[in-house]
Design a protein around this ligand. Structure first.
Ligand SMILES: Nc1nc2c(c(=O)[nH]1)N[C@H]1C(S)=C(S)[C@@H](COP(=O)(O)OP(=O)(O)OC[C@H]3O[C@@H](n4cnc5c(=O)[nH]c(N)nc54)[C@H](O)[C@@H]3O)O[C@H]1N2
Ligand SMILES: Nc1nc2c(c(=O)[nH]1)N[C@H]1C(S)=C(S)[C@@H](COP(=O)(O)OP(=O)(O)OC[C@H]3O[C@@H](n4cnc5c(=O)[nH]c(N)nc54)[C@H](O)[C@@H]3O)O[C@H]1N2
Ligand code: SF4
Ligand SMILES: [Mo]
Length: 871
């Protein structure tokens, strides 16, 4: 590494060397100073020069907890190779390089036998800036991109839906202009927990709510009385799983009261485009005239009373002065002379929403009609309004997910709240510096190297088509047109996890014999844990890159030690979703054999013939390469650890109205039509209904009354709780598990009383898939008859070897969830974690009555599932 790539830091009077770093324990990325003595981390403090200030419970006073996490004796520090049976927890320590050699050899063998599609990867939520290195590796290896990730039910799939509709992502997790909002909608989100109570993001929301001069109207949509309800004028306690119906009702009110932004709908959305009533497809120029372009659409010009052709590549009508109708039915003569009735997309959307009156949706959601009306009216008229992203709203709503995603984009855009200060920001590839932006993740992935034959083999490619290559290609084209670069794969293109497990177990559609799991614990995150277990257990090669011996790692052939944020440099735009970069230098040298995940994929790539594509030996060199284009050096970047756009510039908002430098055209959106596609043509083109609709959740008292007889309680899972971050921070000994030692199921007092459950009782929660135990907390935050179970529980203190697997089946919410592929969202493959049926009862067995874990509860001995957890 050249000198230029090391950053100095400073030494204080106590001899502690302080280096800048950026925390990666959660998505907030607080600026952090790391103090080392003799190369060992001894202290931490907030980076006072950084705008992202915060030191939460995961870090602890002076960094105590993070430091204990970093040096914990249970951390994986060397490459481990399985020597016993799979799951027996018998390992041999081997050199990292040897592990790479052996994995490469085995992958080659499996590729020869089954083809490059035999490999799948599993990942978890965004935990590093290295995702592109995985796709670069798998793309070059000929793999179709088989990847299972919670992104199917968490934000990334929304990114893909947003790409189709607005050409980038309007689902902000952290709204920088929230202080300007007059209405704040918190829809299925627990801001204070998801960003830690002490983080700047939580403080920003609190400050916005406490602003006496311009007190915002806060609307909360959540079945649970979250903390923010204190500030809320309007609280909609919704029945879990019915949010899409609520969104449709908001649209119903907004259309019927005509409180949408007519200018936006008329001039910036594709609402005026005509849809043929005979085929129910958007009318295109090639329908209208021979030689017309398929990518051009048609509207009705009220001035000439004729159809007008929208030239997508020019972002304007071919004719001058067109005044397109937004409603109405028109007769159009097609190329062959046939006359067809056409209606505007907007009229069809309105008609669809007419079905969802507040009265009807009140019945579905359990929220009174007048509250629905008030919320919709406020959102549309008390502007600017923002409705950021909460995973509880629709991401995990099973077959209602995509419809909900479409509704959300429509709500934002037709009310004129898209990309305005105080509204929902729409970023772009950036930040633009010296006319360029730093190299984006999507550029590093090399998606163009994946051949059409390989693409066709992606697991789920023909089933959940928006998340496969067909969806990818359809938004890649306008993305490249607008910004000259590929749209990201990252987690925005996925195989839905339930399909992966079935492919592994049934060799269907082909044998998947190898998997790499990194920054991922699918034994805990994925639905239907028993299925996941069987699939992982049956692989020929399973490699896990980890910090800890998790239930997933316990099933591996190789477990490789991963470097954490305290020992790696960083350069991130959060999965290519931002117009800024955050990062910083490496604060300390990695412990023992820990390597960055980048090093793993590079190491494997080089061994598998990809040497020319991995010129950057260190990650510092990667960062330098990415910055070179904008004329910033690695060192300059590390001094601030941030590159961001000028948010005070007027050009930073409503960017669709600006003029493009490259051709002087009005910019529009990076969609096929360059308009905001409230009637998404990509979704239509993939043979789905582009209009949103609501279906009763797949498992509910209404859709499955026979199941409800035995399982009468409504179950929702989720609800973040600090200091845990998913399944992390549970290893005793750092101070975090000590703060929150046991899993909590929350239940209404009345329901608990009827069921004979007292506060603090260990309870069984059971669904048709299995049962788990958590501790009951009684209260009033939920309606009677609804419970919420904490996700992500495992017990690192339990034995690793089977059948214990660190308690992966004891309290894990996903033993309860269903992953039946027929019940997933048809467009994106989302499963349902919210809105299921269950029963809950006190643990009566004497051995379960104490706060003690079931070391002795596995009567079936060494194989199979522990008896207690059999459904
Ligand atoms: N402490 C902590 N912070 C985290 C994480 C963590 O594990 N721990 N994980 C990170 C990740 S990857 C994510 S995705 C985010 C998620 O963070 P959030 O988006 O805040 O997600 P949750 O807290 O799981 O759920 C939000 C709310 O959804 C409600 N809810 C449950 N069912 C429904 C429903 O059917 N409809 C509606 N409207 N609401 C419902 C719950 O009561 C809860 O208050 O947090 C991130 N931050
Ligand atoms: N029932 C139910 N299930 C859910 C949810 C829910 O609300 N309800 N939430 C879902 C959501 S939103 C998400 S995002 C997922 C989360 O699922 P995951 O993101 O997979 O989270 P974890 O289960 O904590 O597994 C992550 C693992 O990666 C390791 N790790 C952390 N950082 C790194 C790193 O930099 N490199 C490597 N190699 N390893 C690292 C950690 O030690 C941990 O074991 O869970 C989903 N599952
Ligand atoms: S809130 Fe806590 S865990 Fe998250 S980045 Fe900040 S210090 Fe790290
Ligand atoms: Mo997530």
């Amino acid at each position: 590494m050249s000198d230029e790539l090391t950053i100095e830091g400073y030494v204080d009077e106590d001899g502690i060397k302080w280096m800048k770093s950026r925390c990666f324990f959660c998505h907030v990325h607080c600026g952090m100073m790391i103090g080392t003595r003799d190369g060992k981390i001894v202290r931490m403090k907030p980076d006072e020069l950084d705008p992202l200030q915060g030191m939460c419970e995961r870090i602890g006073p002076n960094g105590e907890r993070a430091i204990k996490n970093h040096y914990h004796p249970k951390r994986i520090n060397h490459a481990l190779k399985r020597v016993g049976d799979r799951g027996e927890n018998k390992w041999e320590q081997i050199p990292y390089e040897q592990a790479l050699d052996e994995i490469a050899a085995k992958l080659t063998e499996l590729k020869e036998k089954y083809g490059p599609e035999t490999l799948a990867v599993t990942e978890g939520t965004y935990r590093s800036d290295h995702l592109w290195a995985r796709s670069r590796f798998t793309n070059l290896w000929g793999n179709p991109g088989n990847l299972a990730d919670p992104g199917s039910i968490c934000w990334c799939w929304l990114y893909t839906v947003n790409l189709a509709m607005v050409g980038f992502l309007s689902e902000t997790a952290l709204n920088a202009t929230i202080g300007l909002a007059k209405t704040i909608v918190l829809w299925g989100v627990r801001i204070n927990e998801r960003h830690s109570p002490q983080s700047w993001a939580t403080k920003q929301l609190r400050a916005a709510c406490a602003n006496e001069e311009q007190k915002p109207h806060v609307i909360v949509v959540d079945p649970y009385m979250v903390d923010a309800v204190r500030d809320a004028e309007t609280y909609l306690p919704i029945r879990p799983g019915t949010d899409t119906a609520m969104m449709l009702a908001w649209l119903n009110v907004i259309f019927n009261e005509k409180i949408y932004d007519v200018d936006f709908v008329t001039n910036w959305s594709n609402g005026p485009f005509l849809v043929r009533m005979d085929t129910r497809k958007l009318l295109r120029e090639d329908d209208l005239r021979k030689g017309g372009e398929r990518k051009n659409f048609v509207a009705w010009d009220t001035k000439t009373n004729k159809p007008a052709v929208w030239d997508s590549s020019q972002n304007r009508y071919q004719e001058e002065g067109v005044e397109n109708a937004i409603e109405g039915e028109f007769e159009v003569t097609l190329a062959g002379g046939k006359k067809v009735a056409c209606r505007t997309a907007f009229a069809l959307l309105k008609e669809r929403c007419d079905e969802y009156t507040p009265e009807k949706v009140a019945q579905i959601t359990g929220v009174p009609a007048h509250k629905i009306e008030l919320a919709a009216r406020t959102y549309a008229t008390e502007k600017p309004s923002c409705m950021g992203w909460g995973v509880g709203a629709i991401d995990q709503a099973g077959w209602n997910a995509t419809s909900g995603a479409v509704c959300k984009v429509i709500l934002r855009s037709i009310t004129g709240n898209l990309d305005i200060p105080g509204g929902d920001y729409l970023p772009e590839p950036g930040p633009v510096i010296n006319g360029q932006f730093p190299v984006r993740d999507g550029e590093l992935e090399l998606s163009e190297m994946v051949a059409p034959e390989a693409r066709a083999k992606l697991l789920g490619n023909d089933r959940f088509r928006l998340m496969g290559w067909q969806g990818f290609e359809r938004s890649d084209e306008p993305f490249r047109e607008m910004w000259g670069i590929a749209r990201p794969q990252l987690h925005q293109m996925l195989s839905s996890a339930p399909l992966l497990w079935r492919a592994i177990l049934n060799n269907d559609p082909y044998p998947v014999r190898a998997a790499i799991s990194w920054s991922s614990n699918p034994m805990v995150w994925a639905p239907n844990t028993k299925m996941v277990y069987k699939a992982l257990k049956s692989l020929d090669l399973f490699v896990v890159l980890e910090y800890w011996m998790t239930p997933t790692a316990a099933l591996a052939d190789y477990v490789l030690p991963a470097a954490d944020w305290m020992e790696r440099p960083m350069f991130s735009n959060i999965e290519d979703s931002l117009d800024m970069f955050m990062g910083g230098p490496r604060a300390s040298e990695p412990v023992a054999d820990r390597r960055m995940d980048y090093d793993f994929f590079r190491g494997l790539g080089i061994r598998l013939g990809q040497e020319e594509y991995w010129p950057w030996e260190t990650y510092e060199e990667v960062i330098a390469h990415r910055l070179e284009r904008v004329g910033v050096t690695y060192k300059e970047f590390c001094e601030t650890g941030m590159l961001f756009p000028d948010m005070t510039s007027d050009d930073q908002f409503e960017k669709h109205k600006t003029i493009r430098k490259k051709d002087g055209q009005v910019r529009g959106f990076a969609t096929p039509s360059r308009r905001c596609e409230i009637y998404p043509s990509i979704i239509e083109d993939l043979e789905y209904d582009p209009l949103p609709l609501f279906r009763e959740p797949a498992e509910s008292p209404i859709s499955t009354p026979e199941v409800a007889k035995e399982y009468p309680i409504i179950l929702t899972t989720g609800g973040r709780f600090a200091p845990m971050f998913h399944s992390e921070h549970r290893v005793p000994g750092t101070g975090t598990r000590e703060m929150h030692p046991w899993p909590i199921v929350e239940i209404h007092m009345e329901t608990a009383r009827e069921l004979g459950i007292r506060d603090g009782d260990w309870c069984w929660i059971e669904t048709p898939r299995g049962r788990i135990r958590q501790i009951a907390r009684l209260g009033f935050a939920l309606k009677p008859g609804v419970i919420i179970v904490q996700p992500s529980w495992w017990y690192p203190e339990l034995p690793v070897e089977e059948p214990w697997l660190c308690g992966a089946f004891v309290s894990n919410a996903n033993v309860l969830t269903d992953d039946n592929p027929d019940l997933l969202d048809p467009v994106c493959g989302n499963w349902a974690n919210r809105g299921l049926l269950c029963k809950i009862y006190r643990c009566e067995e004497p051995e379960w009555l104490a706060d003690r874990l079931p070391h002795d509860m596995f009567p079936e001995g060494k194989s199979g599932f522990p008896k207690a957890f059999k459904a």
